[in-house]
Design a protein around this ligand. Structure first.
Ligand SMILES: *Cc1c(COP(=O)(O)O)cnc(C)c1O
Length: 570
């Protein structure tokens, strides 16, 4: 019997028994054999799907499961509708129009374009002149504090020091620690400093990465590997607050980890831990909480998640990418705070962006683990490569040592006192802004702050106006705030540059809200329900007006892909 030697022993035994029996009884041997296998396969199939159905029912409840089913059906049907002949071309036309409009904004039409290497290299002065022109292209004024998030420090002195540090290590690559021993030392020290900031216990360990996304990807990958090695989990799942950074969903896509998203309901907008608990099953590899999350700036109940993680013996990742060097200083700065770090026994990993409120240049972040063993799950080692034995701690091979030097220089020059002072200033401003929204006659009646933000982000929705019109109104005044969805809202992430101009921000917000109210009044007087004439929807209102109402977001996906293409339009 060719191939029978490859059969699993148990199956082979069954096969032999069947063969013996079938000889005695004279039954056609193949039929009996096939029946047996078919039964086994069917039984396993049934077991698998019954178990999944039960997990689903327990996780979402009957109502939740039906609601999900309904949303799925609507999505599929609407997807078919969008692909119908007449509809498809209409949609394509509108997407193309929107992209053409975007192109005029992003890609300057009449600038000189350099699409091939210059035949002869430019003189240095020519390069400098062109770089100067590029740096001063018309842009949203982060220098004047008009941008939410993005540039967290931006003072000349620090920038100069960072550039100097970078210049000293331009050629450095930590993949060669013998060639660049100083970079190895600085990298290890950056990780050690952040570990100590988050009260890591003895034996804790970490790595530095290129940014928060990579830190999160690594934590998810590590958790997946751990579950595979220790528990044989081959169909990994993780449970996320809906407000958790989308990098976790990216990890799900990249590493084939199924995602369960859990609601973060009003009034506190923290993840509902009872619902998290219901979704845990034997395939769960990781629980997640944010401190704070990006959309609403709310810190999840990390203590509650920690308790759950301990009870279910699961790893818990705390995303402190945004909280970075603010949250660890809240207490010392005298602000209200909650437990969030390794002092909670269930917390097994933390991501912290040194390039956000750590004020390091972009391209710096850290991911911390409670033990070295946890860190080792993200390592990649190839002992057999023809290029030599190869080992790297994370995704990249070569890495910019210069960025590590600039990060190290930032941390030691700002120091504990400096971070404490900036926490006082940034969170202090956030509280003033919050207070203003709650007390200003025009804002308090219209804007509703989401939850109780303890750090640097204030998110608000509008009671009667379209909040995206407010975002567009602010854009027209030169501000760059962040539009959010589900629920429709906008947020401001306060940075050092914003602390200097927050009063103008508040005044402009009042002016915009008043202006939108006036437009609304006119609309009502004229008996209109929709916009018309001069009253065109702005960018945010147009995008989210469409996106919010669609059961199937494939149009938005097309738009976003077109946007990515535009980024590479030379
Ligand atoms: C910014 C951010 C991240 C991702 O960081 P990147 O550096 O942009 O990759 C993750 N989580 C939160 C809460 C963030 O605000």
């Amino acid at each position: 019997m060719p191939g029978s030697s490859r059969m699993p022993v148990s199956l082979r035994d069954g096969f032999n028994t069947v063969r013996r029996r079938s000889r005695a009884g004279g039954n056609p041997l193949e039929m009996v054999n096939l029946d047996l296998i078919r039964n086994i396969v069917f039984f396993l199939f049934l077991l698998r799907w019954t178990r999944r159905a039960l997990w689903k029912l327990r996780g979402r409840g009957l109502f939740g499961t039906l609601a999900e089913l309904y949303a799925d059906v609507r999505r599929v049907l609407y997807g078919w509708f969008l692909r119908m002949p007449g509809v498809r071309s209409q949609v394509r036309k509108q997407v193309d129009e929107a992209l053409a409009k975007l192109q005029t904004k992003l890609v300057p039409a009449n600038a000189t374009r350099y699409l091939t290497l210059p035949k002869e290299g430019w003189a240095e002065d020519a390069v400098r002149k062109e770089l100067e022109a590029l740096a001063s292209m018309d842009h949203t004024r982060w220098e004047d504090g008009y941008v939410s998030g993005a540039v967290y420090h931006g003072e000349d002195e620090l920038l100069k020091l960072q550039t100097e540090a970078y210049g000293k290590f331009t050629v450095a690559n930590p993949i060669h620690p013998d060639v660049f021993p100083g970079v190895r030392k600085m990298e290890a020290e950056v990780v050690a400093m952040v570990l100590s900031l988050f009260n890591a216990p003895p034996g804790a360990a970490g790595v530095s990465t290129s940014g928060g996304t990579e830190s999160i990807l690594m934590a998810c990958l590590g958790a997946r590997q751990k579950a595979y090695v220790e528990r044989g989990v081959t169909e990994p799942e993780m449970i996320l607050p809906e407000t958790a950074h989308t990098a976790f969903r990216k990890a799900g896509e990249y590493f084939k980890i199924k995602i369960h998203v859990v609601a973060c309901p009003a009034p506190n907008y923290q993840v509902d831990i009872r619902r998290v608990a219901r979704l845990v099953n034997r395939n769960t590899i990781l629980l997640v909480g944010s401190a704070p999350n990006f959309p609403h700036g709310i810190i999840d109940d990390i203590a509650g998640l920690s308790k759950l993680a301990l009870k279910k013996r699961l790893p818990l990742h705390v995303d402190c990418c945004l909280g970075s060097f603010l949250v660890p200083f809240l207490d010392k700065a005298g602000f209200e705070t909650v437990p969030f770090d390794f002092r909670l026994k269930g917390v097994t990993s933390i991501s912290c962006d040194t390039h956000k409120y750590g004020f390091a240049p972009k391209g710096n972040s850290t991911v911390l683990y409670r033990t070295q063993a946890l860190r080792a799950y993200q390592y990649f080692v190839d002992p057999a490569w023809s290029g030599g034995v190869y080992a790297s701690p994370g995704l990249p091979g070569s890495r910019p040592g210069a960025l590590i030097a600039a990060c190290w220089a930032s941390l030691v020059t700002v120091g504990e006192a400096g971070y404490l002072a900036s926490c006082t200033q940034i969170v202090g401003t956030t509280k003033k802004l919050l207070d203003h929204i709650h007390t200003s006659p025009s804002l308090s009646t219209e804007l509703q702050v989401l939850g109780n933000p303890l750090v640097s982000v204030v998110a608000f929705r509008a009671r009667s106006l379209n909040v995206y019109d407010i975002a567009d109104g602010m854009s027209a005044k030169g501000w760059h705030l962040n539009a959010l969805q589900d629920p429709p809202a906008i947020h401001v992430a306060v940075t050092l540059p914003i602390t200097k101009v927050w009063e103008r921000l508040a005044a402009d917000l009042e002016a915009v809200v008043e202006a939108e109210r006036e437009k609304e009044r006119v609309r009502v007087v004229e008996g209109k329900t929709a916009r018309g004439g001069q009253d065109k929807a702005g960018d945010a209102a147009a995008l989210y007006g469409v996106a919010g109402s669609l059961p199937n977001k494939s149009v938005v996906v097309d738009l976003a892909r077109g946007f990515l293409d535009l980024l590479y339009k030379a």
